[in-house]
Design a protein around this ligand. Structure first.
Ligand code: NAG
Ligand code: NAG
Ligand code: NAG
Ligand code: NAG
Length: 286
């Protein structure tokens, strides 16, 4: 519905957007992007109606948005397979605050699946989701290359979720058959803390790649209460490594418990945090 490319110092604020035919707000190859106070509404069974998709953007701040969608409420992207690799433009320095999401078949915040330019330094906090498939989901596959790293999430309140945490290393959609079957993505430095989730079917499905484990996963201070019909295997972990601290239910053995670990969340401020919102106005005619 709104697509902006190759632009700097963009503000999109105080709009209600309804029934986009595809992704709603798609800033691409841009920097210094402020997205504030959007209400985004699509039928929960509509395909490809992502809410906000920062794509190969640097310095983006998304605050106070409410999204109801049939697809991911926010999907962070940076190009697809060999095309994204060739273009080589990451999404970096992204802040997401005070997001409320309803999306029964998709993620509150997805990282990927198009991540072939790389995704680095994403900071999300004060996130609420209701009746949503997953909290944070990383989607990647062999052939996508690049990285998803230095991801920080804190203070999520989640109600009625299929999965709290989901990482997929076999998201095998490719634009064509020319992707490199020996090219592996690097997934590392993934930090989740201070999360309360209720009425959850499964705590985590964390699936790395056999030849390419996802590492540096840290999950701390997380309380998950299960639904009446929970999955038998609450933490389904393969080909991953990391630590947990103060997490219930009991995590998988690939995420061993450590005493008193608080997973990282950066304390420095990004330049985009100090940019003030402008009040938009229409031109007054005489
Ligand atoms: C809990 O989740 C189930 C789906 O797993 C849903 O049908 C039910 O309404 C939810 N209960 C509450 C109290 O939200
Ligand atoms: C744990 O998370 C809860 C919920 O976000 C928060 O209220 C509490 O302060 C956190 N505890 C610690 C020790 O950080
Ligand atoms: C665990 O996850 C894998 C994918 O990573 C899936 O194939 C398998 O069926 C899951 N196991 C259970 C018991 O849910
Ligand atoms: C958005 O709307 C609120 C409420 O009407 C108003 O206070 C605020 O100034 C608006 N923000 C912008 C950036 O226009």
């Amino acid at each position: 519905m709104i697509e902006i490319q190759y632009s700097n110092k963009i503000q999109i604020s105080n709009l209600t957007l309804i029934n986009s035919p595809s992704w709603f707000v798609h800033p691409t190859y841009s920097s210094d992007v402020l997205i504030h106070g959007l209400t985004i509404l699509a039928p929960i069974d509509s395909p490809n109606t992502d809410g906000i998709d920062p794509d190969s953007c640097t310095n983006t701040r998304i605050e106070d948005c409410f999204v109801v969608s049939g697809d991911d409420c926010i999907a962070v992207k940076s190009g697809w397979d060999q095309y994204g690799i060739k273009f080589g433009m990451p999404t970096r320095h992204l802040i997401i605050r005070r997001l409320t999401c309803i999306s029964p078949d998709s993620a509150t915040i997805a990282l990927g699946s198009e991540m072939s330019g790389g995704i680095q330094d994403v900071r999300a906090e004060d996130i609420t989701a209701i009746n949503t498939q997953s909290g944070i989901r990383i989607k990647t596959a062999i052939g996508r290359v690049a990285y998803v790293k230095d991801i920080y999430v804190r203070r999520m309140t989640l109600t009625t979720m299929k999965w709290v945490f989901w990482m997929s290393g076999s998201y095998n959609q490719h634009p064509d058959t020319n992707f490199d079957p020996k090219a592996f993505p690097e997934i590392k430095g993934i930090n989740y803390r201070d999360i309360v989730a209720t009425n959850v079917t499964g705590a985590a499905r964390l699936e790395g790649i056999a030849q390419d484990h996802f590492t540096g996963i840290c999950i701390s201070n997380v309380t998950i209460s299960l639904s009446k019909t929970p999955k038998e295997l609450q933490w389904n972990c393969t080909n991953i490594a990391g630590v947990t601290s103060n997490v219930t239910p009991e995590p998988c053995h690939l995420l061993p418990k450590k005493e008193k670990v608080d997973c990282a969340f950066p304390e420095d401020r990004l330049p985009i945090e100090d940019v003030h919102l402008k009040t938009c106005c229409t031109t007054k005619t005489a």
